[in-house]
Design a protein around this ligand. Structure first.
Ligand SMILES: [Zn+2]
Length: 396
């Protein structure tokens, strides 16, 4: 992996951003980012590809009062996000409209006031050079110590003890997911995941783990690691996305299975957007598997794939019985990174689409959500029975 210019400097404490003295504007060569901080903090800057973006990490910056819209003064940057990625680490991510690499980056500190200024010059280049110069460096100052999954102890066989279900409320923290009518996907899915957890617990025979139980950012990679740590039998990622203008229409519950190739256009955009929404994590799962790992994962998926398919069918049947509404093509396939645990049957459920007025109304209605939670819980129960029957057939 190649690394773009990366810089770090040692300071401590929490710095505030001076919004009026900070900007991201166009220059002849590309763009210049200026960030004024109340004091120096350890930081680093690098670019990532797919999609191209500039990432700045800090230990630690208070962004309150900072407005992305005022800061951003060039069309070469599509958007800026910032906030806390986990306690002690803040991040600013600028999504680049063109391949811009870090040509120069420095922090200067005024000796009298202690105020610091970061200057980063971005230079336009070609796509190949950008790709070569981009990548994240593993750095103990910034990386999460528990980011790596522990040596995977296999889950106890289904049928021996409780069924371990990992529910993954999509998005969270500085990544709101879809937003419509004052509602956000991250909040609705957190509420729904808690309701589904309660429903499963009431049914009995389930142990339920949430990948997040509050409004925090969790990287896609981390969500999978949590499922491994919990020794999950089954993984459900819960979403309620919105399709933008020109991206087609979608409504009704839809269950997605992992497929690296097959996707209709709307599904492809959805998968891409989810991976892009994870850009704040700095790391994505694409391109990380080497050839050997790929072969091993494919072998594991030969076993897991049909089980995940059966899960999708059971969930759709449960939701149809409960009256849905269910999408007219309820089972789809897409390259969702969060479904890449090779050994855990994983699906992504779009419980509804916030871009559909009917779905939005349903999703914000606690009674409807309870009915949907019961339908999904029954679907999981039916899957356990069907999967055990299949396992019995396989052993014979
Ligand atoms: Zn989503």
């Amino acid at each position: 992996m190649q690394i773009s210019p990366l810089l770090a400097q040692g300071f401590s404490g929490l710095a505030r951003v001076d919004a009026t003295a900070s900007s991201l504007r166009a220059t002849d060569q590309g763009a210049r980012l200026q960030l004024r901080l109340s004091q120096g903090v350890p930081w680093r800057a690098y670019t990532l590809d797919g999609p191209p973006r500039l990432v700045l990490d800090f230990r630690e910056v208070d962004f309150s009062g900072f407005q992305g819209a005022e800061f951003l003064q060039t069309a070469q940057i599509l958007g800026v996000r910032f906030g806390t990625v986990r306690p002690g680490v803040s991040r600013l991510v600028a999504e680049l409209a063109a391949p811009l690499v870090v040509a120069q980056a420095a922090m200067t500190v005024q000796p009298e006031t202690g105020a610091a200024q970061i200057n980063i010059d971005l230079q336009e280049t070609d796509k190949e050079t950008f790709s070569e110069m981009s990548g994240v460096l593993r750095d103990p100052d910034f990386d999460l110590p528990d980011n790596a999954p522990p040596p995977a102890a296999p889950a106890p066989a289904l049928g021996d003890g409780p069924v371990i279900v990992v529910l993954d409320p999509g998005h969270g923290g500085i990544d709101p997911g879809a937003e419509r009518g004052g509602e956000s996907e991250k909040n609705l899915m957190l509420a729904f995941a808690r309701e589904l957890r309660d429903t499963l617990r009431r049914l009995g025979g389930f142990e339920v783990v949430l990948t997040r139980d509050d409004d925090r950012f969790v990287a896609l990679e981390r969500r999978i690691a949590i499922a491994h740590q919990a020794r999950a039998h089954v993984f459900l990622s819960l979403h309620a996305d919105a399709l933008g203008p020109g991206q087609g229409q979608a409504s009704g519950a839809t269950v997605y299975l992992l497929d690296r190739n097959a996707s209709d256009e709307a599904t492809r955009l959805l998968a891409e957007r989810h991976d892009r929404d994870d850009l704040v994590s700095g790391i994505d799962l694409r391109g990380q598997d080497d050839v050997i790992a790929d072969i091993l994962m494919d072998l594991a998926r030969q076993e897991t794939g049909p089980r995940a398919e059966l899960l999708a069918q059971s969930l759709v049947a449960g939701m149809q019985q409960a009256g849905g509404p269910v999408n007219s093509h309820p089972i789809r396939r897409a390259d969702f990174s969060v479904l890449k645990a090779a050994d855990i049957p994983s699906v992504l459920v779009e419980v509804g689409f916030l871009s559909s007025p009917r779905d939005l109304k349903n999703l914000t209605n606690p009674e409807w959500r309870l009915g949907m939670a019961q339908a999904i819980a029954r679907g999981i129960q039916a899957w356990v029975i069907a999967d055990l029957a299949r396992a019995g057939l396989r052993r014979r």
